[in-house]
Design a protein around this ligand. Sequence first.
Ligand code: GDP
Ligand code: IMO
Ligand code: MG
Length: 420
Amino acid sequence: MIDVLLGLQWGDEGKGKVVDVLSPRYDIVARYQGGPNAGHTIIIDGVKQVLHLIPSGIFHAPSVCVIGNGVVIDPVTLKKEILSLEAAGIEVRSRLLISDRAHLILPTHKLLDAASEKAKGEKKIGSTLRGIGPTYMDKTGRNGFRVGDLSHRDSEERYNVLVQKHQRLIQQYDYEYNLQESQAGFHEALDFLRGMKRINSEQYLNDAMTGGKKILAEGAQGTLLDIDFGTYPYVTSSNTTSAGACIGLGIAPRHIRKVYGIFKAYCTRVGSGPFPTELDNDMGELIRKQGGEFGATTGRPRRTGWLDLPLLKYAVTLNGVTDLIMTKADVLSGLDEVQYAYAYKTSNGIEETCPYDLSDSDIQPLYKSAPSWGNVSEAKSYDEIPDTLKNYIGTIEEYTGQKTSFVSLGPDRSQIVERA
Ligand code: GDP
Ligand code: IMO
Ligand code: MG
């Protein structure tokens, strides 16, 4: 059987932390989409680790970590990440399996990402510039370069053909670049990747399930960044929703047991695009400061705002969430009150569903407020958290129709309570 854990907002909900906490319950942790645009933070005894490609189960030997076919891999980032974990004493190479169907991010994909964003000017997506969009475009355009291609006799020729295609595309932009410089370390990283365990991961995972192994699928980004259901075009280029786990790992829907949907007690977004409950004021600044809301991949300040229940419910529905996980409730401790959007006022009246175009200026979130809570970061059980927080959780559960299984109350691995 397989459980899926994914983000219900615009990413950075705390997936890395919670996957790390849950991973002792599983034999295998597998990433199924996205690439090094992700930054998953894990804090163990005060030491911080940020993972971009390697599943967040890596800190729990002997669990096996799989990078599935749906992920796009930058070999340079992967090599750096493996070496850095090994330097911290973590056994990686024997435990990390990489799908031979996963696509590779080439240096020229990153150049194309940068050139495209520059050309968009004010309308830029706010991409992490990790080459994600151009790599998925080559995948769906049937031009991609895959991990399995590294073993082909003509892999160098395939690489060169693709690079030449990219150079022709970049020429159409007013964008200066140095190919030599951008390729620094790339070929060494490809050789490094050739030495890793590259497998048919769909077969491996299905055999593992037949043998009774338990798998946790780790999502990247969040539902509102999904290519189909997110705030298009301000989205990423993969399916971040639970269906993406089937495609990105080669697992049939009937094997999915639980879907853990993780959300912050408020909202954040990094990059451009609509954010109806955004707090562009002192309160927004306070939440950013208290929550340390700066991107784990790019260091950019994250935009902050109140919890948006219509969007949360939309995400719960799309993913078939069975268990909610709330994070960062501690960040709102000590406020006079918290607010949350419970509906939208639109030109059609009051709606509780997700409007087609959230950037439409006619759309106004309608808010309710609730009392806040005191310090919760020391709580060791669900019973110990204050009634005001329990009531806030109750409101969310009633609205979305789903129960909350975990509440995370601080960044450390130990700061989480499970609800019986
Ligand atoms: P991910 O991309 O979903 O894995 O999330 P990120 O790692 O990008 O961002 C989440 C940030 O919040 C990280 O800095 C975590 O260390 C931190 N974090 C996770 N859970 C909690 C929590 O419950 N409370 C607080 N204060 N910080 C948390
Ligand atoms: P994790 O897994 C938050 C955002 C970018 C940008 C948009 C497109 O850590 O939650 P891309 O580089 O994919 O072309 O960027 O998506 N974005 C994320 N925001 N968390 C992430 O990942 C993100 N990955 C991409 O900021 O707005
Ligand atoms: Mg992140």
